[in-house]
Design a binder for this molecule. Structure first.
Ligand code: DX5
Ligand code: ZN
Length: 223
């Protein structure tokens, strides 16, 4: 299967979102990535339900909601109702992760688990068959436009191996500092979803940047 591209709304123009949502609709992007921050789990506050609802009314692609919040279990149903197609919670924010994953699935959304850069992938061992997606943060969550943490690459390789051993088809998503410069290395390591905020929306031609990110590593899929 070809890899997926998920432009992150965090880098869009908040004073005029519709053109940015429409360019995502009219591009080869697969999902729209939607970052929710609560000022507690991360040192920043972004946006929530009303904006998700508004985006859902314009966006034709599945919306990939990344919850960088404490106690995400309190809000899962509301995010699903507001239009989330994929809901990702942080390993570090979930003392009852297995239950939270089931709670997400019960809403009909796909369930994701995200790891901060310092959290080892080995901790996912007992939920490998439960989640639909594993998101490896390649920056410390909270802000767009940060520098990619290179140590993510061996983590991707390790997680890929763990998923192969369990024979599961879960996605490996990479979030933070991703762009044309590191996409190929990530895909070779086993990534299947690339989130890109600044790399897409701060580029001259976002639709073309998405097309180029999608075309990277075409040869990886020839076999
Ligand atoms: C960071 C967010 C990311 C962010 C990525 O906490 O989770 O999704 O939008 O932005 P870039 O691609 O600019 O690093
Ligand atoms: Zn994110």
């Amino acid at each position: 299967m070809h890899h997926l591209i998920a432009p992150s709304l965090l880098a869009a123009n908040f004073a005029n979102l519709t053109p940015d949502l429409e360019l995502v609709n009219n591009s080869q992007a697969d999902w729209l990535h939607f970052d929710v921050m609560d000022g507690k789990f991360v040192p920043n506050i972004s946006f929530g339900f009303p904006l998700l609802k508004a985006c859902k009314s314009v966006c034709t692609k599945p919306i990939d909601v990344h919850l960088m919040i404490v106690e995400p279990e309190k809000y899962i149903e509301q995010f699903a109702e507001a239009g989330a197609d994929i809901i990702t919670v942080h390993y570090e924010a979930c003392p009852h992760l297995h239950r939270t994953i089931q709670q997400i699935k019960d809403t009909g959304a796909k369930a994701g688990v995200a790891l901060n850069p310092h959290t080892p992938v080995s901790l996912l061992e007992n939920v490998l068959e439960d989640a639909d997606l594993f998101c490896l943060m390649s920056v410390n969550p909270g802000f767009g436009g940060q520098k990619f943490i290179y140590n993510t690459i061996p983590k991707v390789r390790q997680l890929k191996q763990m998923l192969i051993e369990k024979n599961t088809k879960a996605h490996i998503e990479i979030d933070g500092g991703v762009g044309l410069q590191n996409a190929e290395a990530l895909l070779k390591a086993g990534a299947t979803v690339l989130v890109a905020g600044s790399a897409v929306f701060k580029s001259k031609d976002p639709v073309d940047t998405i097309r180029r990110m999608k075309a990277i590593g075409e040869d990886l899929y020839m076999v």
